[in-house]
Design a binder for this molecule. Structure first.
Ligand code: NSS
Length: 445
């Protein structure tokens, strides 16, 4: 036994408690064991400063040469970024630390060594980072974004679960289109043609008539040929559907829901929002009621701003961005021209050329995060629309049936998770909002 071993032995009388970095405050003054990886390090001759990450957070470990066996000190000094390590030490409060605590390290066990981790603290290009997506989300900022995504999803689910909605899963493989036939991903279902779902809506409508209030949550697929910062080929959507509601009631649910989700992220994800450097004063303003503008008024706003726009067209991303300059919180654009919208939307009885639909646009240039509305509940009208849109009647037989058996006014909406994460985190592009983005020209990794 060397002299330094003796020192360690004397100090290690207290057994180490298993701990995670996110809960480290509970262990102030205690000796803990943290299982994780080496995020970064710097050394002076006498001290190794180890940035240790365990998945729940990052803590600085301070390893003083004379307080650990010399071999341990040397081993730590040459350890590469992302080596897997188990560290023991005592938790000390430190105001200068991001998380308010540091670890005085007294032992370190190396589980696996890494010496050529490709993502270094220097700047890398986007393509390089996307090629290394399987590693990239270990980086502090990406890591924080994924944690916010997880919280947003939990908040979405809790909102509906706590209010009497039934989770009603919709299928991924479908015989028919929901959102138009131009961007379907086709596949085969044995000998039949099939498509990856664009939206669970048609199915949750059946659910709403059975359970009153339902939601589905899952991946949806659109072969969007547009390379924009808000389009993915595979994205996640939460889609509530409610029997006996009209367009206005539908918007009231949406604003209550979005306020809840944003305020919950604000209260539970403070550290992450700080790492991402999000201006939270913008999110604090997300309080209902959200402004409502009719499509006609939105067109007027655009025209006043000198935009060349024809009544009847749908808004593109650039139009939405301009509209968002008018508002400090999310807002609705409602009653779009029916011609520009999906076949299932109910017409406004006051003006038959308009659909009883709404989009919710997020501020700060983000644009649409929700699409929804009231559904056509009359059998003959719906059949007419199916025919006008040249949809295969056979594939929609079941959907038409819903208008024969106990049809009622009903509606719902779909919130895109990735666009919501992009907005809440203040990101430039949706590619950073999902673990493995599926984009035009990229399906790797
Ligand atoms: O096409 S939507 O506007 N509406 C629907 O799919 C309805 N069937 C939903 C419903 O009423 N149940 O899409 C809804 C949201 C939209 O506001 C975006 O937030 C998101 O889905 N969305 C996307 N996110 C990322 N990438 C792409 N390509 C995308 N398309 C829609």
């Amino acid at each position: 036994m060397t002299k330094s071993d003796q020192v360690v032995e004397e100090k290690c009388l207290e057994p180490a408690l298993p701990a995670t970095i996110q809960d480290i405050a509970k262990f102030e003054g205690k000796r803990v064991e943290i299982k994780g990886w080496l995020y970064n390090k710097r050394s002076s001759g006498r001290i190794n400063f180890l940035q240790i990450r365990d998945g729940s957070g990052i803590i600085q470990g301070v390893m003083v040469k004379k307080e650990v066996p010399i071999e341990t000190f040397k081993e730590a000094k040459k350890l590469g970024q992302e080596s897997a390590i188990i560290v023991t030490g005592t938790v000390r409060a430190d105001e200068r630390a991001d998380i308010g605590y540091e670890l005085s390290v007294d032992n370190l066990v190396v589980i696996s060594e890494t010496d050529d981790y490709p993502i270094t603290p220097k700047d890398h290009g986007t393509d390089f980072l996307l090629d290394h997506r399987h590693l990239w989300f270990r980086s502090k900022r990406q890591h924080a974004i994924m944690r916010v995504r997880s919280e947003i999803i939990n908040a979405c689910r809790d909102y509906f679960n706590d209010r009497g909605y039934i989770l009603f899963d919709s299928p991924i493989l479908t015989p028919s289109a929901c959102e138009g036939t131009s961007n379907l991903f086709g596949t085969k279902y044995f000998d039949e043609d099939a498509y990856l779902t664009q939206s669970g809506q048609l199915y949750v409508e059946a659910g709403a008539l059975a359970f009153g209030k339902v939601y589905c949550f899952g991946p949806t697929f659109r072969a969007e040929k547009s390379r924009t910062r808000r389009h993915l080929m595979e994205f996640w959507m939460i889609e509530p559907e409610i029997a006996y509601i009209n367009l206005e009631e539908n918007m009231e649910i949406q604003e209550d829901f979005v306020e809840y989700v944003v305020q919950r992220v604000l209260s539970k994800m403070k550290i992450e929002l700080k790492i991402i450097e999000r201006d939270i004063s913008k999110l604090e303003k997300v309080k209902k009621p959200f402004p409502r503008v009719q499509y006609d008024e939105a067109v007027e706003i655009l025209k006043k701003k000198g935009v060349d726009f024809t009544w009847g067209d749908d808004f593109g991303a650039e139009h939405e961005t301009i509209l968002t300059e008018e508002f400090d919180r999310p807002f609705f654009v409602h009653r779009y021209p029916a011609e520009a919208k999906a076949f299932y939307m109910k017409r406004d009885p006051e003006r038959l050329e308009l659909a009883l639909c709404s989009d919710m646009l997020a501020p700060e240039g983000y644009g649409e995060i929700i699409g929804g509305g009231q559904r056509e509940d009359d059998y003959d009208e719906l059949l007419k629309r199916v025919r006008e849109h040249e949809l295969p009647e056979d594939a929609y037989r079941w959907y038409l049936d819903l208008r024969k058996y106990g049809s009622v006014p009903h509606g719902g909406f779909g919130l895109g998770i990735e666009r919501t994460v992009a907005w809440v985190c203040g990101l430039h592009h949706v590619r950073e909002t999902i673990p493995f983005p599926r984009m035009l020209n990229r399906m790797y990794p």
